[in-house]
Design a protein around this ligand. Sequence first.
Ligand SMILES: Nc1ncnc2c1ncn2[C@@H]1O[C@H](COP(=O)(O)OP(=O)(O)OP(=O)(O)O)[C@@H](O)[C@H]1O
Ligand SMILES: [Mg+2]
Length: 213
Amino acid sequence: MSVGNFYFCIFIMVRLSKHSIRKKLLSERSKLSPEIILENSKKITESLLKLDIYQQSTNIMLYIATPSEVQTEEIIKTAQKDRKKVFVPLIIRRDQPMLPSLLNDFEKELSTGYLGILQPRKEFFRIYPPSILNLIIVPGVAFTLQGHRLGRGGGYYDRFLSQLKKDTISVALAFEMQILAQIPHDQNDFPVDYIITEQRVIPIRSPLLKDEN
Ligand SMILES: Nc1ncnc2c1ncn2[C@@H]1O[C@H](COP(=O)(O)OP(=O)(O)OP(=O)(O)O)[C@@H](O)[C@H]1O
Ligand SMILES: [Mg+2]
């Protein structure tokens, strides 16, 4: 087999195994009851709000959760009360990158967008450069203790995280059942700096050390 064919086979194997892990985890996570999701999301919210990296950040990007993800509504509303600027992901076209849009009112500005996820309605698009962010709160399907992340398969977060300034901190929110020993990954998969679950805060890498990893 040529070197080119060998790498192509590895690429296909990574794609297929990501696909099956994603399917399995999404199916398991969909079995969590709304009560457990709410209870664990509350614990995760409390842990995040206590961290210095939250308290010291003025510009925070947060995902808007679907029903089976770690919920973020309380974090968004608390951050706005704490006078922080909250940005949410905006996908205008499927083939274009995700953008941060400033959100002022959680109740009034959102409607269902791409992939059934809430995002700002057109009249509330307020797009800023990703370099403005101090902190980004990231969703995911599965994670490892090394910070590897499996998302929904669009590559949107991988592309977005790779454009951020080196000192922007990324924090993933996950239920403990989403932490796996290993996830197939390639050079485009962008790791996160912290993971918070209902049981623990997992620091993975200091932003100052990012270049060394
Ligand atoms: N920085 C990048 N540049 C070009 N292609 C990329 C980049 N990051 C990811 N991709 C491509 O996007 C596709 C989906 O990637 P992957 O399966 O890792 O998605 P994911 O991490 O699960 O999704 P997401 O980041 O949206 O949560 C792959 O074909 C991958 O090669
Ligand atoms: Mg990826």
